[in-house]
Design a protein around this ligand. Structure first.
Ligand code: IMP
Length: 186
């Protein structure tokens, strides 16, 4: 089965493929499907933004499409960066901003989670949602070189997600959980 993924994010595309390809799904990016656009993420929730991205591509292709909206919620920061995770600082400085905002904050107040909401729009235009989250805490420095985004500062047990292999991350990550829920819908 072919699935169109509404994203320009190569890391998300890679993770969707790592999980769905062995299950027999072929994940096609929006640009490969001929819909090379960037929808404005004007929503205030992961659900709204996932729908905006999926609907923009559905309106062009009129085919089943999925979109992921995701981000990091840090409890000490009142849930920030949340839906603004991709825009929290200039590229390459987002982890540093979170680390500096948590300077001096003790271990037990560094709790955080990744959240992922996937919107699936079927051939008739009906939208359905699945989600996943991954609980952890923010470390004190960047560690590891795998993954992307906030992975180097997000501790799951004693390792950051950037210190895990792709399979290890996908087994416990917010996106991995949401994608496995998605396969129940498809
Ligand atoms: P958006 O869903 O396109 O708004 O982007 C979500 C942003 O959240 C990404 O650009 C990353 O900064 C962050 N993010 C989402 N998922 C992950 C992940 O699995 N690891 C690290 N950062 C993530």
């Amino acid at each position: 089965m072919k699935i169109i993924l509404a994203t320009n994010n190569k890391n998300k595309l890679r993770e969707f493929r790592e999980i769905l390809s062995p299950m027999g799904y072929e994940v096609i990016s929006q640009s490969e499907a001929g819909a090379d656009i960037e929808a404005d993420e004007t929503g205030t929730t992961f659900e709204e933004n996932a729908y905006i991205k999926a609907k923009a591509i559905y309106d062009i292709l009129h085919m089943p499409v999925i979109a992921d909206d995701s981000g990091l919620e840090v409890d000490h920061l009142g849930g920030a960066p949340g839906v603004y995770s991709a825009r929290y600082a200039e590229p390459g400085h987002r982890c540093e901003r979170v680390l500096s905002e948590l300077e001096g904050v003790p271990d037990n107040e560094r709790t955080a989670r990744f959240r992922c909401v996937i919107c699936f729009i079927d051939a008739d235009g009906k939208a359905q949602y699945v989600s996943g989250s991954c609980e952890g805490r923010i470390g004190y420095e960047r560690r590891g070189s795998n993954g992307f985004g906030y992975d180097p500062i997000f501790l799951y047990d004693d390792r950051t997600l950037a210190e895990m292999s792709a399979d290890e991350k996908n087994a416990i990550s917010h996106r991995g959980k949401a994608i496995r829920e998605l396969t129940k819908l498809l």
